[in-house]
Design a protein around this ligand. Sequence first.
Ligand SMILES: [Zn+2]
Length: 218
Amino acid sequence: MTALESKQALTLLGDDAEDTARWMVGRTSGAFESRRLQLLDTVPGVIDYYSEGTAALAADAYMDARAGVAGSYAAAPIVLDRTVKIRRGVAWASEPLVAGELDLTAARMAKLARTEMTRPYRDTTLRNGAADGMFVGYRRIARGESCGFCKALADRGAVFKQGTAYFAAHDNCQCTAAAAFVGQPQGPEASVMQYTASKRRRTPAEKARINAWAASYA
Ligand SMILES: [Zn+2]
């Protein structure tokens, strides 16, 4: 599977997770507090299920990308513990049910499910990379609907070699990371602008420059 095919599989799984989350909201019944409890009891397990799936998908993609690279390494699926954050997210997504707003609740729940299940895919790629001596860095795989910022970061198949533990992501863009290895033909290393834009913290001056630069990719 190529990085793009793997991303397409991830997109399918994400659509499925969204559908399931919406369906679950529609299936709740009773008073608000009861419905919220039903969602708190069930949605985290569904997110776990999809998270296992995307982590396994990423581990496979990692090994496929690594084919022909020297030295042996076995990528393991990685799902970090997000229990508290996911429960908080489900509680937040359920809030509109107080006013009987089913559509808004379903939209929030779908977004939460998608965001959370996309995360283990990236974590699996980046954490295995950090443990693998032949890993050089990652490429960002954006998509047509991704924002200018994400497209700018993905431009030219640039490889991010520094600070690979952090990966800035937007809910709507669903960017993923593809691993690059020693000895493989690959894109140029990320530019100074690309590195600056992918930092966790930026100065106001950096932000202004990055926004102007990313706008040209939108
Ligand atoms: Zn984006």
